[in-house]
Design a protein around this ligand. Sequence first.
Ligand code: AMP
Ligand code: GLY
Length: 421
Amino acid sequence: MNILIVGSGGREHALAWKIAQSDHCKNLYIAPGNAGTGLCGTNVDIDILDIGNLRQFSLENRVDLLVVGPEAPLVEGITDSFRIGDTKHINIIGPSAYAAQLEGSKAFAKKFMQKYNLPTAAYLEISRDNISSGIKFLEELKPPYVLKADGLAAGKGVLILDDLTEAKAQLKDMLDGKFGKASEIVVIEEFLSGIEFSVFALTDGKSYVLLPEAKDYKRIGEGDTGLNTGGMGAISPVPFIDDLLWKKVVQSIVEPTIKGIAAEKMDYTGFVFFGLISVGGEPMVIEYNCRLGDPETEVIIPRIKSDLLQLFRDAVSGNLKDAKMEVDSRSASTVMMVSGGYPGDFDKGKLINGSEKIKSSLIFHGGTKKTGKEIFTNGGRVLAVTTLNDDYRKAVRISLSNADKIHFEGKYYRHDIGFDL
Ligand code: AMP
Ligand code: GLY
């Protein structure tokens, strides 16, 4: 089968690496890809939002399966576009635009959670028309106050504020366009206190299989301090998830979500990423994403022993009910090496040395680009250094010692991934 993966991060490199190992894989294309995906298949210079050219390319190259990595093309409707006309025979891993609102609209997701009785924070949806209700709701809540832009805001649309006056001012700023169209609607939420983790399912819209779970580290600084990033590292499995917590996750969160997706008749073949928080041992939903996480994918995929393309075949043919997910019992850690200055301004085009010599870790590329024989930085998150080991602490140590052997000007990474476990 011919496969086209859309995206260019460490997530897409990990997917390409795994898919390329399948006997079902004939030709693998990645649009636009990076220096790492270029080792697994053929990079194609088409932007992730250029849906017209992605369709055209798929037709010309007889693509059988489209695998969409990031959320933006899903929310923009890439699946719906492929479902019509001469691309309608192409199978897709990625939900329709309507279903992708589970990630693309916080208000849509909260309504869904309420309708299907999912444990989640109390909330109110506010627009310019009912701002006074928003002020009143904030006054009833205890600090800290959680304000969320309804739409996609490049991971920056959630504010957590200690001060009520500041929260009221920020609510007005958001409705006045602080995050553009994304914050024309704001979701105000009750603050939940606990420890966060992420659970992933592959669904055909009716049944599902669970993937390994993960915990990511979002802040730039050690001890989880400083600015939010796309993710600085991850661990899988998550040591504090015991059988009881897992059972609650499946019964009170995964099952009702998939039932809701089926009841709403959503066109949803793809991944559901459950952003969860354990509040005194009770799992609650913080958010849904309609794709895999990055860098979570870089620890999940290496632990999957099953043939991922076979699972994708089962998903697109509606046969996931009997599918089996075989998982490596070892732990995986990943340490993300980023460009100096990230998540603020940073330079690109720095020569990367030493990554090809690493044998005891897998190196998944994010922002990298090959020019001639050499590889250069091409983004904020550059390389994910993933290690499998029986002991997650040892896995982190090996990832760190390998990150130390890879060089590019301004490189930075956190040394404390897994510190809180
Ligand atoms: P979200 O984009 O909804 O995942 O929010 C980004 C981050 O903000 C989450 O990963 C949490 O760390 C935090 N967060 C979001 N909602 C809440 C909440 N209701 N209570 C506490 N923390 C939250
Ligand atoms: N690492 C978080 C995300 O992919 O959304």
